[in-house]
Design a protein around this ligand. Sequence first.
Ligand SMILES: Cc1cc2nc3c(=O)[nH]c(=O)nc-3n(C[C@H](O)[C@H](O)[C@H](O)COP(=O)(O)O)c2cc1C
Length: 252
Amino acid sequence: MPDLYNAIFRRKSIRQYNMTPLDTLQDIQDFIDALTPMFPDIQVHFEYAVRQDIMNLLPVAAPHYLVAFSEKKDGYLLNMGFMMQQIDLYLSSRGLGSCWLGVALPHSEFRHRTQLSYVIMLAFGRPQSLSHRQDVQEFKRKTPEEIASSPTPWLEAVRLAPSATNRQPWYFIGDESHFHAYCLQHHLINALIYGRLHQIDMGIALCHLWLAVMHDGGRVEFNNMAGRPEPPKGYTYAISGIIRQNDSIELG
Ligand SMILES: Cc1cc2nc3c(=O)[nH]c(=O)nc-3n(C[C@H](O)[C@H](O)[C@H](O)COP(=O)(O)O)c2cc1C
């Protein structure tokens, strides 16, 4: 079982690759086949692409791209962030590099390989230099106070999550037993650019939260909890979750 949790504290985006194709795509595919979704009823599909298949305004040249498609149902962007981040961490745990590409687009003939809608892609391959951070101090991130109402055991893992243009659009209210997640609100042009990407970012942060809780022997049940606190100013509600310890007795 790959150690996704520990990869959280070392991973970084890789933008320069050795262009030799990997011979381990089958291992990656086996991992993808076993991914955990946030919402199992949303159909998703992944395709491998090469440079000629995609248009990328800020080019990151990599030997491979993993292109993600999904059914457009409620929560599909959260779900895709949650699933693809497992892949990002898996690649990092294998000494490989990856980089989310929020502004790249597959060519239309590639997009029409499936009925599902294109969501996002991940460039990946063997990094040209060091694939990991040596120390948590190397992460450029907000402070715990900027992203949560109180400290929790899972907060550090959430804090280190990657996000589009490193905006870290999340805010959490919660404790050891539950949480409510909120996302930065946008207006006008920003909503067009960041609305979609921030939902994916939220899914990424929730993946880190889920891994941290499991690492401490618990599990997370995502839901839309009633009676939640009002969003902090400038944020909108995203999702909540109950955190259960695996040895807790179920009532009712
Ligand atoms: C949804 C998403 C989209 C991103 N899009 C791009 C992109 O188009 N180009 C790029 O170079 N990096 C992209 N990134 C990488 C971020 O810039 C990077 O994760 C962030 O600056 C934090 O740095 P780190 O990943 O090295 O910790 C994206 C990240 C996320 C999560």
